[in-house]
Design a protein around this ligand. Structure first.
Ligand code: C5P
Length: 325
C-alpha cells in the first residue's frame, strides 16, 4: 500500500502555485512501537523494520517570506537554547536542500520553530523540524513539490525525516525512510520520562554493533506481519505485548540509570508496558487509559533520573498546513 498524498501538498503539475506570506505547520514526534535492527551494512547504516507511531508532542514550524535570499532560524521551547541556528541545524539544511533542488538560490525565509519534543531523546524532534521546514517552505515559495519528491529530500536529510511528513502509523524499512502507511489504531495513552542528558544515535548504534560482536545479541531486521498488525490496530494490552526495541539494551548499557526509571514506571497501577524511545534515552510508558497515564505522570516526576514528564497520545494525525497569503 502506498501512502496517500498529503492534502495540503500542492501537486507538482502546478509550477506557478501562489507564494504565501506565512505558512505554519505542526509536526509530531514519534515513538517506534517496534524497532527491529539488522547487522551494520557497508553504507554505515543498519537495515531496519520499524513500526512508527506519531505522538501528540509537536514542533511548531512557521515560515515567513523574505524579500532577500537569507535563510534565518529562531528557536524557542524545549532545549532550544542548546541548539545552533546555523547551517548545521537540520531545519536550515532542509530549507537549503529544497532551494537547491528547485534551483532558486534567491529564495529566503524566516523560520521560527517552537519545540515540544525532547532534544536528543530518540523521538525525532530534529527530524520533525526538518520535515516541517520542507512542508512550510514548499508552500511558502510556491514550489509545488508533491509528497514523493519531498520524501526523497527528507530521506537525504535523515532516516526519520520522511516519517515526519506522514505521521499517523507507518511501517519503515530500509534505513527507516521507506514508508508504508498502516491503519491508525485506537488511541494509545503514553507517558514520557525525559532523562537529564541525551544519547547520541550513532553512539547507540555503535554499542549495538559491539554487543553483536560479543554475541550478546543477534541483529535481525525481521518483523512478523502479525506483530505489525497488532501494533497498528490492536487494543492497548495487545499492543503492550508486541512492543519491541532492539536498541534498548545498547541504550541502557550506555545510560544504566534508565533501567531504574523503566522498572519504577512499570510498577505503577495501570501501566501496561515500558519502552525506550528509538535510540533513547527517553522512556515511554503505555497506559491502560488517560486516567492511568495522569497518575503515572504525577508519580514519575519525583524520580532522580527524570528531568521532565510529558503526556501524549498516539497516533497523531498528519501535519496540516495553515497558509496566510
Ligand atoms: O539518519 P540519521 O541521521 O538519523 O542517522 C544518524 C546515525 O545513526 C547514522 O549516521 C548511523 O550511524 C546511525 N543509523 C544507523 N542505521 C540506521 C539509522 C541510523 O546506523 N538505520
Amino acid at each position: 500500500m502506498s501512502l496517500p498524498d498529503l492534502d495540503a501538498a500542492q501537486p507538482a503539475d502546478r509550477p506557478n502555485a501562489p507564494r504565501a506570506a506565512k505558512v505554519r505547520v505542526r509536526v509530531p514526534g514519534k515513538i517506534n512501537l517496534a524497532l527491529a535492527v539488522g547487522p551494520l551494512a557497508a553504507d554505515g547504516f543498519h537495515p531496519l523494520s520499524t513500526v512508527f507511531q506519531a505522538v501528540s508532542l509537536f514542533e511548531d514550524v512557521q515560515a515567513r517570506w523574505r524579500d532577500d535570499d537569507q535563510i534565518r532560524l529562531q528557536m524557542t521551547g524545549q532545549g532550544s537554547e542548546e541548539l545552533p541556528c546555523d547551517q548545521t541545524n537540520l531545519a536550515v539544511r532542509a530549507a537549503l536542500a529544497l532551494r537547491q533542488r528547485h534551483g532558486s538560490s534567491e529564495l529566503g525565509v524566516d523560520l521560527r520553530i517552537d519545540k515540544q519534543i525532547p532534544m536528543a531523546g530518540g523521538m525525532a524532534g530534529g527530524s520533525a523540524d526538518a520535515a516541517g521546514t520542507l512542508l512550510a517552505c514548499n508552500a511558502l515559495w510556491g514550489l509545488g513539490l508533491g509528497l514523493p519528491e519531498l520524501s526523497e529530500l527528507a530521506a537525504e536529510l535523515g532516516s526519520d525525516v520522511a516519517f515526519g511528513l506522514h505521521a499517523g502509523n507507518a511501517l519503515g524499512t530500509g534505513r527507516g525512510e521507506q514508508l508504508t502507511a498502516l491503519p491508525a489504531s485506537g488511541r494509545l495513552d503514553w507517558v514520557f520520562a525525559v532523562a537529564p542528558r541525551g544519547l547520541s544515535t550513532p553512539a547507540v548504534y555503535r554499542h549495538f554493533d559491539l554487543m553483536a560482536e560479543r554475541g550478546e545479541l543477534v541483529p535481525s531486521a525481521q518483523l512478523a506481519a502479525e506483530v505489525v498488525a497488532t501494533l497498528s490496530s490492536g487494543t492497548p494490552d495487545r499492543v503492550a505485548g508486541a512492543l519491541r526495541n532492539d536498541l534498548q539494551p545498547a541504550a541502557v548499557a550506555l545510560y544504566p540509570e534508565l533501567a531504574a526509571t523503566l522498572t519504577a514506571g512499570e510498577a505503577v497501577d495501570g501501566v501496561l508496558a515500558s519502552l525506550v524511545c528509538g535510540s533513547g534515552p527517553t522512556s515511554a510508558f503505555l497506559c491502560v487509559d488517560a486516567a492511568a497515564a495522569d497518575r503515572l505522570a504525577a508519580d514519575l516526576g519525583g524520580l532522580p533520573e527524570v528531568r521532565q514528564v510529558l503526556r501524549a497520545f498516539g497516533p497523531a494525525p498528519r501535519p496540516k498546513l495553515e497558509v496566510t497569503v
